[in-house]
Every structure is written in C-alpha cells, then in structure tokens.
Design a protein around this ligand. Structure first.
Ligand SMILES: NC(=O)C1=CN([C@@H]2O[C@H](COP(=O)(O)OP(=O)(O)OC[C@H]3O[C@@H](n4cnc5c(N)ncnc54)[C@H](O)[C@@H]3O)[C@@H](O)[C@H]2O)C=CC1
Ligand SMILES: O=C([O-])C1=[NH+]CCC1
Length: 318
C-alpha cells in the first residue's frame, strides 16, 4: 500500500519563504478574479456547545492544475485557555487522478499565506492609492497572524516604526520582545488610538467580535488590512472606518456572505484585489484603502503547491 506523506510544521517552515510565497499568492488572487479557480463558498459547521466552528475550504486552480482541501477549526475563545484559535490540515490531491498526494500540517501555511495576501494587497494598493513613503506600520493584535504580518509586510517595505497594540498588554509586550532583535523599530503601544493615528498602514489581526479600529482615528492617507472578524456578526472596524475607505476584498462572494464589517456597514465593495492585480480596476481618488481579507482556499492551494514542490525536490536529492 502506498504511504501518503505527512508534511510537518517544521518542514513547512523550512520550505516557505515570503520571497516565493507573495508572488504565488498574487497569482492565486489574480487567477481567482479571472475565473480560473473553482472555489465553492467554504462550509462552516457550528459547534454551538463550545462556541467553535469547523471550516472546510476546497479549491481547484485550473491554471496550476492544482487541487486541495483545507480543514480548519476556529475557536475564538481559545486564547483564554492559552490554546491557538485555529488548528488545520491541507489535503493536497493529484488533480488528474484524484489521488491524495500529501497531508500538510497547515498552521504555518495559514499564517504565512494570509500575511502574504495582505502584503500583496498592501503593495498593490499602497503603490496605486496611498503614500509611497510609508514610515509607520500599526498592528492590532499580537497572535500568530500579527507575527506573520510583521515579517511579510517588512519583506516588501522597510517601515521605520512598527506599533503593536493588544487588548492584553502582556501578550503585546511579549511579541514585541520576541521581534525586537529582528525589527529594532518595533514598540508596544498601550493606547490603540496612539498606535494607529499616525500609521500609514494598519493591520487588524484580532479575535475581537467588536470594532477595535475606529474611523475617527485614521489619518488622511492610510491603507488597512482587516484580517480578523470572519463571521457575519463579527466586527473589527466601525462603520465610519469602513465608509471612509475604498474597500477591496479577496472574494466578492465570500465577503458579502461572511464579513460582518462589510455586511453590517452596508459599504460598497470597490473591487477584488485580484482585479487590481490583473489591471482590470483603475486607481480610485480615495487615499484611504482597505483590504478585507477572509482567506481563500485558492491561497491554500497555491501555498500547498509550493510546499509539495519543495518536498518532492528534497526527496529527489536524498
Ligand atoms: N483572513 C484570513 O485569511 C485569516 C484570518 N484569521 C483571523 O485572524 C485573527 C487572528 O488570528 P491568529 O493570530 O491566528 O489568532 P491568535 O489567537 O494567535 O491571536 C488572536 C489575537 O487577538 C487578541 N484578542 C482576543 N480577544 C480579543 C478581543 N476581544 N479584542 C481584541 N483582541 C482580542 C488576542 O490577545 C491575540 O493577540 C482571527 O480573527 C482569525 O480568525 C486567521 C487565519 C486566516
Ligand atoms: O482562510 C482561513 O484559513 C481562515 N479565515 C478565517 C479563519 C480561517
């Protein structure tokens, strides 16, 4: 019987780099918006008794001929138990035969591909619409996504200052301490308004159900990546913030079905980021831009393909 390889977290950490991943995710976003990806809306199974969810995310990228399914748990109260909010695996298939090629431990893959999508959006929207001389990055949240976002965003632009805010100071300070040797300009900011009010780029990566970022704090030119709040009644941004920005999404269908920030604010979505990358959408006049990221299986397929390529190359070498 053929044994299916399990590609572990430590292997994924060795295989994935933002240098390779960001272009791969850009291509995935573009392929998706060009209609080359079969991606049903993800299936969400509620585990009401424990206030959790199980998400099934499948996609087939016709351009890459690449097929996978990610299964990911979402337990927003896990931080109180000192447990991660998500646990996940990607099942990567041979698209031509339907045979399972590998099972991939996908926590790092998810942290990195999400941050790569934000980096791709920031690069595109900052270049088109917001100031080129961005100096200050603000990160609201101090978990796994906060860490991956600092690495990914710093890989495309050298911000002089990074302000991290978290609702619990201890966790925020701990992340800053960890990242300080790599990014000396990073600081913890105990006041969220102070953290964001001079920021050129703001990334929200919290497990909050209520707005943590308010429109009245935004400066005239700013780009926001809003990464948390993936349920129709959850918010990370208030209505004012949503309405002050030109809003871009990863998927229209996903955003209008799942994002509380989009649905409850009734904001008009300007475009998918993939449409901007594909050159189908022209520059808007608004100097405030916002990328509402919900995460897509198309991104998981792209990241899993890279992981598998590296894994197979390594097997051939040894
Ligand atoms: N858009 C996408 O593709 C993806 C989005 N996510 C979302 O990103 C967010 C962060 O995920 P992780 O970093 O993996 O989680 P994590 O558990 O590592 O970090 C969550 C952070 O939110 C903070 N937090 C918890 N409750 C809060 C509250 N009530 N108000 C403000 N902050 C609060 C925690 O202190 C922690 O800093 C989550 O909402 C998650 O669902 C995760 C994966 C992909
Ligand atoms: O795309 C993803 O993996 C997720 N988005 C929100 C929770 C998990």
């Amino acid at each position: 019987m053929l044994r299916i390889p399990l590609i572990t977290e430590s292997q994924v950490k060795k295989f994935l780099t933002y240098r390779e991943l960001i272009p791969a995710i850009k291509k995935a976003l573009k392929d998706f918006s060009n209609g080359h990806v079969m991606q049903p809306l993800r299936q969400v199974t509620s585990v009401e008794k424990h206030q959790g969810y199980l998400l099934s995310m499948a996609a087939y990228n016709q351009q890459q001929d690449s097929l996978s399914l990610k299964v990911i748990s979402l337990y927003p109260h896990n931080h109180k138990k000192n447990l991660p909010m998500h646990e996940c695996k990607v099942f990567h298939f041979d698209a031509s035969t339907g045979q399972l090629l590998a099972i991939i431990e996908a926590e790092t893959l998810t942290h990195m591909r999400t941050a790569a999508a934000s980096a791709a959006a920031t690069e595109k929207l900052l270049q088109c619409l917001a100031p080129k001389n961005a100096k200050i990055l603000a990160v609201l949240g101090a978990g796994d996504q906060a860490r991956s976002h600092v690495y990914a965003l710093m890989s495309i632009h050298q911000y002089e200052k990074i302000f991290v805010w978290n609702h619990t100071e201890e966790k925020g300070r701990k992340l800053v301490e960890e990242l300080k040797p790599v990014f000396p300009g990073i600081e913890f900011c105990p006041n969220v308004e102070q953290a964001v009010s001079n920021a050129d780029v703001i990334t929200t990566v919290t497990a909050s159900f209520q707005p943590v970022l308010l429109g009245k704090w935004l400066k005239e030119a700013v780009h926001i990546n809003c990464v948390g709040a993936c349920r129709p009644d959850w918010r990370e941004l208030d209505d004012d913030c949503m309405n002050k920005c030109d809003v871009y999404v990863d998927s229209y269908i996903g955003a209008t079905a799942e994002s509380g920030d989009i649905i409850l604010s009734k904001v008009k979505v300007r475009a998918e980021v993939g449409e901007v990358i594909a050159g189908k959408v022209t520059k808007g006049k608004n100097t405030r831009t916002l990328f509402k990221s919900l995460g897509m299986a198309a991104e998981d397929v792209a990241a899993a393909s890279l992981v598998l390529q590296h894994y197979q190359n390594k097997q051939q070498d040894s």
